[in-house]
Ligand binder design. Structure first.
Ligand SMILES: *Cc1c(COP(=O)(O)O)cnc(C)c1O
Length: 221
C-alpha cells in the first residue's frame, strides 16, 4: 500500500482507539516504507513474527520505536532475537526461558516478556494453558533477567468478532487474578489481545495492547 494510504488508515484507527490502549503494528510482510509511514502517523510499537525478517528490516526503520517478537521463538534463534527485539510477547516454555536467561546474563541485559496463553486450548497452537500459568510464573522467578510484564493471546480464528469475546474475558480474568497473587518479579501491566477483526471486542474486554496488521496496512498480498 502507498505511504499515504497507510498513513491515512493509521490515523483513522488511532483516532478510534481509546488513549489507554497501545496499538502495535503487526508488520510481517510489510515493507520498511510502509512501516515508516505507520510510525509517521503515530505508531510507536512494531511486531514481527520472524527473527530474520526483523533483522533485515529494523536497520531500514531507524525511528526510535519498540520492536516486539510476536511469533513463536525457537530456542536456536534466541541469540539473534535478542539482537533485534526489545520485547518478547510469546514466552511459553521454561526451556526457552532458560536459554534466554543465560544469554541475557552474559550480555548483562534484561528483557521484558509477555507470557503467551493458549486460551482456546488448541492442540496445534503455542502457549501456556491457563491452569498452568501460576506454576509457570513461579518457575520464572528463577530467571531474574526476564521481566514478566503481562500476558498475550491469539484466540481461535473467529468467524465473527463476538466469537472472541469469551476468550478475551477469560484472559482479563487471568490477568487480574495473577496481578493479585504478587508473584516475585512479575508485573501484570500489558494484556496483548485483539487483531484487526476483533480489536474492538478486545478493548471492551480490557486489552491494554492490540496488534493490528490488515487494519493499518490493508490486505496482505
Ligand atoms: C499477523 C498478526 C497480527 C495481526 O493480524 P491482522 O489480522 O492482520 O490484524 C496480530 N498478532 C499476531 C501474532 C500476528 O501474527
Amino acid at each position: 500500500m502507498s505511504s499515504e494510504g497507510v498513513r491515512r488508515r493509521c490515523e483513522e484507527v488511532l483516532r478510534q482507539v481509546p488513549a489507554h490502549v497501545t496499538v502495535l503494528a503487526a508488520t510481517k510482510g510489510r515493507r520498511p516504507t510502509e512501516i515508516r509511514a505507520a510510525i509517521a502517523a503515530g505508531i510507536s510499537h512494531v511486531g514481527e513474527n520472524y527473527v530474520q525478517e526483523a533483522l533485515a528490516k529494523r536497520p531500514l526503520v531507524p525511528e526510535p520505536v519498540t520492536w516486539h517478537m510476536i511469533g513463536h521463538l525457537q530456542r536456536n534463534k534466541a541469540k539473534k532475537a535478542l539482537e533485534v527485539f526489545d520485547w518478547l510477547q510469546t514466552l511459553d516454555s521454561l526451556r526457552l526461558a532458560g536459554r534466554l536467561e543465560r544469554l541475557l546474563a552474559q550480555a548483562e541485559k534484561t528483557l521484558p516478556v509477555l507470557i503467551e496463553v493458549n486460551i482456546g486450548r488448541e492442540p496445534q497452537k503455542a502457549g501456556v494453558l491457563p491452569e498452568e500459568l501460576p506454576d509457570f510464573l513461579q518457575e520464572l522467578s528463577r530467571f531474574p533477567h526476564l521481566q514478566v510484564r503481562g500476558l498475550m493471546a491469539i484466540p481461535p480464528l473467529p468467524e465473527k468478532p463476538e466469537d472472541s469475546r469469551p476468550h478475551f474475558r477469560e484472559m482479563r480474568r487471568l490477568f487480574e487474578d495473577l496481578s493479585r497473587e504478587e508473584i516475585p518479579g512479575v508485573r501484570m501491566e500489558v494484556l496483548s489481545m485483539g487483531m484487526s477483526v476483533d480489536w474492538e471486542v478486545a478493548v471492551e474486554e480490557g486489552a491494554t495492547m492490540i496488534r493490528l496488521g490488515t487494519a493499518l496496512f490493508g490486505p496482505r498480498v
